[in-house]
Design a protein around this ligand. Structure first.
Ligand code: NBP
Length: 475
């Protein structure tokens, strides 16, 4: 028989997704640029299900039932274009090409337009969950034409993670929407990890706690409203002892964080859309600072001042940190969902944020208890102006506001960097402020550039004759 799905690109992600399809009873056609990976997969895991081995693109395409469905899992960028073009030449109208790599959404928009001009369906699908998720159930965010989802959806939904009987896969919207939300997902993942890092750093430096004890705190937090995959694995990483030195592993790892680019993309997009996605931006910049090794070495002797005093009530401060972590996390998600709304409006995607929260509850790296609350918030009010205004989150943040402030002020006095905690709190204060100093900014802009301003008490556009008699004129 023929295959229901083909997978090309059989490195870790592609192999594991191919095995996932096979384990769910689908016949899977396999293809990789170099045949060695195809053979390795068949040799090691051929017993997972029905596979069809192919060497050339022509063989691969011929092995598929129509309409053909091909999932591309190659390195994002030029490789993806090369593979798409080769496939498109061999395929026929109505066939579906799915790009499951981490493509930049603007590339996906371009590719979708080119394929649709050739009568092919192109689906950019964000896939999260890493290797393990790919094998056992990822979170899948497919974009592309709605019609293609009718034939593709059931396959993807069956291999996705399932939470409370619902698959972590839904059609996100047209063209680049799937890759856009996957990008923001990764951005939120950066923010989440930065916040966890700041919480850990405070316990170490402000409370002088040993790493093993901090691991226990995270383990305990994982049984609360903070329950999430990232908190869970934080406890595991902090519990790991280096075999060679006997030290906590975290103490022998170089403190320079890497990045592959999706966080940076999220921030660039936020800047273009004019959305203050500050939590993610701070996280991206914190990684950049950590990697500025030469500067950090040169700056090591700079003074911290000596206003700081460590908290006297340890239990209370640990609880303060937990609260600050939760509140800052709400801010990061609120900003990420704002960016998704803005992207959706800009490109006409109609992304349903409630459904998105639903498919992020399982399979993906940011999976968390918390996403149930986000889902409820958007189901209750799809046009919610900010997640911070949903009753549940509003209350959670208001109840913890003193703790949040105590954490940021203590860290500041002690000279412990908390860019994400601090900027999230400033964002919250900015959002709720009745008046902002933006009025002064407008005055200054009018002074040096005649950029004009609006008044609070009447309609119109105004300018003060700063270098004349300083009277006001209407534009
Ligand atoms: P890689 O990103 O390491 O890509 C390796 C694959 O790309 C191999 O199959 C390789 O073929 C193929 N390839 C390359 Br490189 N250049 C090619 C070309 N010009 N033509 C055809 N094939 C080419 O694999 P991965 O880590 O499995 O990730 C696959 C995709 O999934 C990426 O887009 C990644 O960003 C995304 N993703 C990864 C994760 C993760 O946790 N790793 C999570 C979510 C998404 P070869 O064997 O012949 O060299």
């Amino acid at each position: 028989g023929k295959a229901q799905i083909g997978v090309t690109g059989l490195a870790v992600m592609g192999s594991n997704i191919a095995r996932n399809f096979a384990r769910h009873g689908y016949t899977v056609a396999l293809h990789n640029r170099s045949v060695a990976k195809t053979d390795a997969l068949l040799e090691n895991h051929g017993s997972d299900g029905e596979f069809i081995r192919t060497e050339t693109v022509a063989e691969f395409v011929a092995a598929l039932e129509r309409p053909r469905r091909v999932l591309i899992m190659v390195k994002a960028g030029d490789a993806t274009d090369a593979v798409i073009n080769e496939l498109a030449d061999a395929m026929e109208p109505g066939d579906i090409i799915i790009d499951g790599g981490n493509a930049l959404y603007t590339d996906t928009i371009r590719r979708e337009a080119a394929m649709s001009a050739r009568g092919l369906n192109f689906v950019g699908a964000g896939i999260s969950g890493g290797e393990e998720g790919a094998l056992n159930g990822p979170s899948i965010m497919p974009g592309g034409p709605a019609e293609s989802y009718e034939s593709l959806g059931p396959l993807l939904e069956s291999i996705a993670a399932q939470v409370d009987g619902e698959p972590c896969c839904t059609h996100i919207g047209p063209d680049g929407s799937g890759h856009f939300v996957k990008m923001v997902h990764n951005g939120i993942e950066y923010a989440d990890m930065q916040l966890i890092g700041e919480a850990y750093d405070l316990m170490r430096k402000a409370l002088d706690m040993p790493v093993s004890e901090i691991a226990d705190v995270f383990r305990e937090w994982n049984g609360t409203e903070l329950e999430s995959y990232l908190i869970e694995i934080t406890a595991e990483v902090l519990s790991q002892v280096d075999a060679e030195t006997g030290k906590p592993l975290v103490d022998v790892i170089v403190d320079a964080a890497g990045q592959k680019g999706t966080g940076r993309w999220t921030v660039k997009s936020a800047l273009d859309l004019g959305i203050p996605t500050t939590g993610i931006a701070e996280a991206v910049f914190a990684r950049a600072l950590s990697s500025a090794t030469d500067q950090r070495v040169a700056a090591r002797g700079l003074s911290s001042g000596n206003l700081g005093a460590s908290p006297t009530d340890k239990a209370q401060f640990i609880n303060d940190i937990k609260t600050a972590l939760y509140a800052s996390k709400v801010v990061a998600y609120a900003q990420g969902f704002d960016q998704i709304a803005a992207g959706s409006a800009e490109y006409g995607w109609n992304v349903d944020r409630g459904s998105l929260a639903t498919i992020w509850r399982g399979g993906c790296i940011i999976r968390a208890q918390f996403l149930n609350r986000i889902r409820e918030a958007y189901h209750e009010d799809p046009d919610l102006p900010s997640l911070l205004l949903a009753p549940y989150f509003r209350e959670a943040v208001e109840v913890g506001i003193d703790s949040w402030r105590r954490v940021v002020s203590t860290a500041t006095l002690l000279g412990i960097p908390v860019p994400a905690f601090a900027s999230s709190l400033s964002y919250y204060d900015g959002l709720r402020a009745e008046r902002l100093p933006a009025a002064l900014t407008q005055g200054l802009r009018d002074f040096f550039g005649a950029h004009t301003y609006q008044r609070v008490d009447k309609e119109g556009t105004f300018h003060t004759l700063w270098s004349g008699d300083r009277s006001e004129v209407t534009e």
